[in-house]
Design a protein around this ligand. Sequence first.
Ligand SMILES: [Mn+2]
Length: 299
Amino acid sequence: MTRPRPDDRFWPRYSFAMPPYPLGEYENARVVILPVPYDSTVTARAGAREGPNAIITNSWDMETFDVGLGYEPFLHGIYTAPLVAVTNESPEAMINRVHEIAAEFVSDGKFLVTLGGEHTIAVGSFRAHRDRYSNLSVFAIDAHADLRDEYQDTRYNHACSLRRMLDDAPVTQVGLRSAAVEEARLIKERNLPFYSPRDFRALPGLNPIVDSLSDHVYVTIDLDGIDSGEMPAVGTPEPAGLQWDEVSRLIEAIAAKKRIVGFDLMELAPDLGPKACSYAAAKLAYRLIGLALGPPEGS
Ligand SMILES: [Mn+2]
């Protein structure tokens, strides 16, 4: 025996939601948390590299029974991977690294949850799912269009994240309230289903959003899509955003009709706002695991 046997004298290993042994072990986990502490192309206020660790450590204070769901998502088993090491060779090299790692977990049949980090990282995770599911669409929560084809000499800037996904799959977005003129033009020309919070609230129901998605859905969440009052701990906060609960209800509506195959939660910069933001992000990640996978067997 080379290590102490986990028992009641020890906390579970450093991990998201700290599932009791053996539910945090890789073989027993349906879910893999992939933390990516990267924010090298950030142009406004940096700090998203601290996001994954803040989400993980704040998840420890969370009740693992989700009152909004009525069950305990951790019973699916949640393994937390070590932090991905950053390469500063180029943003593209970093995306390729995340893509490669994500693909290993996805091909192992795991449900992957990528924690950022800046929004660019999501492209790597998205691509791992794109490789596996032919009929994939993207559901995005974001304040910004993120549709620039290139920004600051790279096609892998955080301002290009949804454009890189749109290269390969249809994208539906909710939360839009900030765009460059060329992005607004692209949305109009291609008639992209991008909704401001106001437009979203004016819809008669959630069907137009859900029906715009294909059967397999990859979800990417830039936390700045949530209102800056509720989620100020982001590099580029925007007013008049979505509420935490609206995000939850949107994902619930999608999960009811489609199969969510993986998701990411990006752009938490914990030092730029109150600690409550890290807690809200942890709780959102946990809620989304529960919504995407449904009630665990026996609950
Ligand atoms: Mn974004």
